[in-house]
Design a protein around this ligand. Structure first.
Ligand SMILES: *[C@@H]1O[C@H](CO)[C@@H](O)[C@H](O)[C@H]1NC(C)=O
Ligand SMILES: *[C@@H]1O[C@H](CO)[C@@H](O)[C@H](O)[C@H]1NC(C)=O
Length: 494
């Protein structure tokens, strides 16, 4: 499952206002120029006038952009904040989410994708329509997916990204987010999936290089892995309630699998329970599957999945460990255990572990590299947003618009797809006032938990549809009309 804890909403106290040096600004500007250049270049490279060209990048992608794009669509700014924050608060067990995804992305390429490819579909609701015959499942799923994208994915990405921009960069939120969205909209609208995948590839390279550099700096600061192992357990905040475990590091912080009986992440649940939402995310979610569908052939799609799986090994090292080191270096702030104190540090009385990653970026990197890390965070935000925009517009166009206007021309579909991206950009901007109003992000935690109830049933429908021949759609009118009507007649009535 890809839930990440949204960061705490905060005041500026945790981050002394360091003005950006000229070098940092040059790095940031270079980054934006690069992204725009790659976006524009990929626009000229593919035919964008057809449904296949625009929504599936011409079905002409080779394995490495596919793999990099799988990773970039998955990892948003919420990952940097949430994984590092959980690392600081409770150790490496949170990484189980990542390594679970690592196996599921392989399940996608080896089990599900051959079926989707031979069905010749563009969207996931379209697959269910072909598999079960009725229109109801398709329409329901299309609306559910759009709902999930707008209310869980876009909102949480904007939330995590906005807090980083606000707290660490001290930019005006509206100006920054609208600026970023305009840049992404240009190549997402004009270039379609091809532009999204190629820019995702660039963003992945920047994310990995930047995060590896931060990792090296943080391990040097703490004295390598032995230093981390030893000092994490002594990272106890100076102010805490006596005779409680509050503020003490967990004893099992360096265990990936926690106690099966009385811990918060029991390992049987991690292995079995977590796999179902994770299968939803990696094998049936349009945002992920669309990337694999754009591959030239099955071999390239498998290669992409393998690459993404290898990259998924990294978050433990580039996000979770730096978060734990942040607790060692800034114990009193990151691991604060007194509600009053926490509130004054980061504005959230229940804890400040979410500032772990931004804190490292601001405090330990030399100038120039700070600009690079800011690009990394912006890359994480932009790459997941563009992927969501593109996939949501694919679903809207192919499943909903075509349903209501079955005779629409390809040209009309292209216009509709592009206009819908612009609608999503506006929706994203509308999230900003809510982000600013939500204290401590409870709203966003709530949204995430609602969506985790919606996903497992969908995953089961796909698993049954793909691997159990006898599963079929319930015919609604049957009880009233008896068994005399042929299914196709019933289909007309529905
Ligand atoms: C904590 O426990 C110790 C001994 O177990 C006791 O002497 C001390 O008074 C306790 N402190 C508080 C604040 O309860
Ligand atoms: C996929 O395409 C590559 C060339 O790009 C080719 O070498 C490979 O055999 C193809 N695989 C399949 C399954 O057709």
């Amino acid at each position: 499952m890809e839930t990440t804890t949204p960061p705490s909403n905060g005041t500026a106290d945790a981050f002394p206002k360091k003005s950006l040096e000229a070098v940092d600004i040059v790095v940031l500007v270079l980054y934006f120029i690069f992204v725009m250049a790659v976006g524009l270049w990929s626009m000229w490279r593919t035919k964008r006038g057809t449904v296949k060209g625009y929504f599936l990048a011409g079905k002409d992608m080779v394995w490495w952009p596919v793999g990099a794009s799988l990773f970039a669509s998955n990892v948003g700014s919420g990952h940097f904040i949430g994984l590092a924050g959980s690392g600081a608060a409770s150790g490496i067990a949170v990484n189980a989410y990542e390594w679970n995804g690592l196996f599921c992305v392989l399940v996608l390429a080896w089990l599900f994708l051959p079926i989707y490819l031979s069905a010749g579909v563009t969207t996931m609701p379209e697959y269910l329509q072909k598999r079960f015959g009725g229109k109801r499942i398709q329409i329901y799923l299309a609306i559910l997916y759009l709902f999930i994208y707008i209310f869980t994915k876009i909102s949480v990405d904007i939330y995590a990204g906005a807090l980083f921009i606000q707290q660490a960069l001290h930019w005006d939120l509206y100006v920054a987010v609208i600026g970023l969205l305009v840049i992404t909209a240009i190549y997402t609208v004009a270039g379609g999936l091809a532009a999204v995948i190629y820019t995702d590839t660039l963003q992945t390279v920047i994310m990995i290089i930047g995060a590896l550099i931060l990792m090296v700096f943080s391990f040097i600061k703490v004295g390598g892995y032995p230093g981390l192992e030893e000092k994490y357990f002594t990272a106890i905040p100076s102010v805490r309630a006596e005779n409680t475990t509050c503020g003490l590091p967990r004893e099992d912080a360096l265990h990936l699998f926690r106690d099966p009986v009385d811990s918060d992440l029991p390992w049987p649940g991690v292995l079995i329970g977590m796999t179902i939402p994770s299968l939803w995310y990696w094998c049936t979610d349009q945002v992920i599957v669309q990337r694999s569908l754009s591959a030239k052939n099955l071999s390239h799609a498998k290669g992409g999945s393998l690459l993404a799986a290898y990259i998924k090994f990294l978050p433990l090292f580039i996000m979770v460990f730096p978060g734990m080191i942040s607790r060692i270096l800034f114990t009193d702030q990151v691991a604060c255990a007194d509600p009053e104190l926490c509130k004054s540090i980061c504005g959230n009385p229940s804890g400040c572990s979410d500032i772990a990653y931004p804190k490292m970026v601001i405090e330990i990197l030399p100038i120039g590299l700070r600009g690079l890390m800011m690009s990394v965070m912006i890359a994480a935000l932009m790459s997941s947003l563009t992927s969501i925009f593109n996939s949501a517009s694919t679903i809207f166009t192919m499943d909903l618009w075509r349903h209501f206007r079955p005779r629409s021309t390809e040209w009309e579909l292209m216009i509709v797809g592009r206009v819908f991206v612009l609608v999503l950009v506006v929706v994203s901007i509308l999230w900003i006032p809510l982000v600013q109003a939500s204290q401590g992000g409870q709203l966003f935690i709530y949204i995430q938990s609602v969506s985790s109830y919606l996903q497992p049933p969908v995953a089961m429908v796909f698993i049954a549809g793909c691997f159990w021949k006898r599963s079929n759609e319930k015919v609604r009118e049957r009880s009233q009309l008896g068994f005399f009507l042929a299914p196709s007649v019933i289909e007309l009535l529905v």
